[in-house]
Design a protein around this ligand. Structure first.
Ligand SMILES: O=C(Cc1ccccc1)Nn1cnc2ccccc21
Length: 330
């Protein structure tokens, strides 16, 4: 089988991208954040502390004739930005883009942290990282991708994220109409469970491309692009008035600034991120100070090719026995 689901930015800043996911019988449709940077499928639910629910759609297992409690199983996930959620585990029928996992572990939240409560556009996450990152106890539960991979025509899913408009995630098929030129594949290191690869270098504006290995993760669940200090400093040195602001926790500049493109290498291929994607958004609504879409990864401890980078490319997440990433321009 193969399938495709539209994915839409949740706001005008492309803060995150959601997909409709059907859970249970009859179907309960929730808008989940497909996240290659984590491996838990968790949802706001009828079991979530009421004061922590703020407009999200919820999954009510008791209303699904196909839900089953996984006795004794619990989960607790903590993300790099310190957000958390936790709860218990059910299995139920889950359908994404016409593809069904008949007994998918659905991690039902009993509690979520403030940043999830305040985001009414996201009803949970669908992790597409490797199972080693799954937080369920006493044993990890498989991701949706793991549950369907055997039925897919090809053991892949692809990401075609776009700026300020709907893109798509495809499963089991590589749609060559969605990219230009050819795909360049790079090896993935699945330790500790991210889609971790080595970029071959970077270029800032019209300056010469710098060939250097940049290890990072392809993470649809992270909004921005986070790279080493030296690269980030060199980039903002070309933006007059840019500064690394303690107040705003990162590089900022005048919203009226014209930012250079940023190129990253994948093997011998090059992906160009338009400077406009790096003029990310005002620090607060209406401000003339804008926050950069490229930020320093030092405090995170790993470089992250988040949505700012991914929306400049068509990306194949190849889950074959030798996992790899395919990149193309579009
Ligand atoms: O946690 C991170 C990485 C990150 C971003 C910013 C600062 C430090 C670390 N991304 N992420 C990946 N999936 C997520 C899901 C929820 C929240 C963040 C998520």
């Amino acid at each position: 089988t193969s399938g495709s689901v539209a994915t839409s930015p949740i706001d005008s800043s492309d803060d995150a991208y959601s997909i409709p996911v059907s859970i249970g019988t009859p179907a309960q449709v929730l808008n989940l954040d497909l996240d290659t940077g984590s491996s838990d499928l968790w949802v706001f639910s009828s079991l979530t502390t009421a004061s922590e629910v703020n407009g999200q759609n919820i999954y009510t297992p008791s209303k699904s004739s196909t839900s089953k409690l996984v006795s004794g199983a619990t989960w607790k996930v903590k993300y790099g930005d310190e957000s958390t959620s936790s709860g218990v585990v059910y299995t139920d029928k889950v359908t994404v883009g016409g593809i069904t996992a008949s007994s998918q572990a659905v991690e039902v939240a009993k509690t979520v942290s403030a940043s999830f409560t305040s985001n009414s556009d996201i009803d949970g996450l669908i992790g597409m990282g490797f199972d080693s990152l799954n937080s369920a106890k006493p044993s990890a539960v498989p991701t949706f991708f793991d549950n369907i991979i055997g039925n897919l025509d090809s053991p892949v899913f692809t990401a075609d994220l776009k700026h300020n408009k709907a893109g798509s995630y495809d499963f089991g098929v590589i749609d060559s109409s969605k990219y230009t030129g050819s795909l360049t594949y790079v090896a993935v290191d699945t330790d500790p469970g991210y889609w971790k690869f080595t970029s071959s270098g970077y270029g800032i504006g019209s300056a010469a491309f710098k060939s250097t290995s940049v290890v990072g993760i392809a993470d649809t669940g992270t909004t921005l692009l986070y790279l080493d200090t030296a690269i980030v400093k060199a980039y903002y040195a070309t933006v007059s008035g840019a500064s690394n602001s303690a107040t705003y926790g990162g590089w900022v500049f005048k919203c009226s600034a014209t930012l250079p493109n940023f190129v990253f290498g994948v093997g011998s291929a090059k992906i160009t991120i338009p400077g406009s994607y790096i003029n990310y958004s005002p620090v607060t609504t209406g401000s003339s100070t804008c926050f950069g879409g490229l930020q320093d990864s030092t405090d995170i401890g790993i470089n992250i090719f988040g949505d700012v980078a991914l929306k400049a490319a068509f990306v194949v997440f190849d889950g074959s026995d030798t996992p790899r990433l395919g990149w193309a321009s579009k």
